[in-house]
Design a protein around this ligand. Structure first.
Ligand code: GS8
Length: 223
């Protein structure tokens, strides 16, 4: 047991899109929890190291003291552990598989490519820009004319992807493109999601994310 407390606790870091997924899911389900901000810059808490000894990363959800790690696994767990609350995954097995596929695509592609956009310069950065546009266009293609990725209801893929919309402004500045121009339907989806209370309460203004990237660049010695 990593913690002693009953109920739900979330070990998190304010700007983390992975942590924000969990905050949004908890809010969508109306589950109360204790938020425990973690220091990731060189001073990780005993609780975090005990709760996630393998990756030593946030987010970690503690449920009655038992840790669940990895954001998408946490979303899945919340669906299963609280079946009386609104589910994020659809009930049809095929639709579930599709939702997992796209959440996994977001996971593998967006954050990593975005990091390359602000970390790199010259040709490697141009390559990251090209890739980012392909990724966004692919996601826009999957969204199509739907309101949300799963259709009418805000669900698993939306929760997985929407925290990264707060990073769009930074991607646009480093990549010198406009999401609105390249992917208008995706931009409209981001706006639609941002109107939900669960999302509005969990995300930070894109300017704050941009400032935070400046802090990271300094810490990594990137000019
Ligand atoms: C990623 C979590 C992660 O990168 C998930 O939960 O989905 N695949 C995981 N967490 C970062 C903060 S957000 O960038 C983290 O905890 N980093 C601390 C470290 O690497 O030391």
């Amino acid at each position: 047991m990593a913690g002693e407390k009953k109920g739900l606790q979330l070990l998190d870091f304010w700007v983390s899109p992975f942590g924000q997924r969990c905050r949004i899911a908890l809010a969508e389900k109306g589950l109360p929890y204790e938020y425990l901000e973690q220091d990731l810059m060189g001073n990780k808490s005993e609780l975090l190291l005990r709760a996630n000894p393998v990756h030593k990363k946030i987010p970690v959800l503690l449920h009655d003291g038992r840790p669940v790690c990895e954001s998408l696994i946490i979303l899945h767990y919340l669906d299963e552990a609280f079946p009386d609350k609104p589910a994020l995954l659809p009930s049809d097995p095929y639709a579930r598989a599709q939702a997992r596929f796209w959440a996994d695509y977001v996971d593998k592609k967006v954050y990593d490519c975005g990091s390359r956009l602000w970390r790199l310069k010259g040709e490697p950065q141009a390559q990251a820009r090209k890739e980012m546009l392909e990724i966004l266009r692919t996601l826009e293609g999957e969204l199509g004319d739907k309101k949300f990725f799963g259709g009418e209801a805000f669900g698993f893929v939306d929760v997985a992807f929407v925290p990264l919309t707060a990073w769009f402004l930074s991607y646009e500045r480093f990549g010198e493109f406009s999401v609105e121009e390249v992917c208008p339907r995706l931009a409209a989806w981001a706006k639609r999601c941002g109107e939900r209370e669960s999302v509005a309460k969990s995300l930070h203004p894109p300017e704050k994310v941009y400032e935070f990237i400046g802090v990271l660049k300094k810490a990594y010695g990137i000019e």
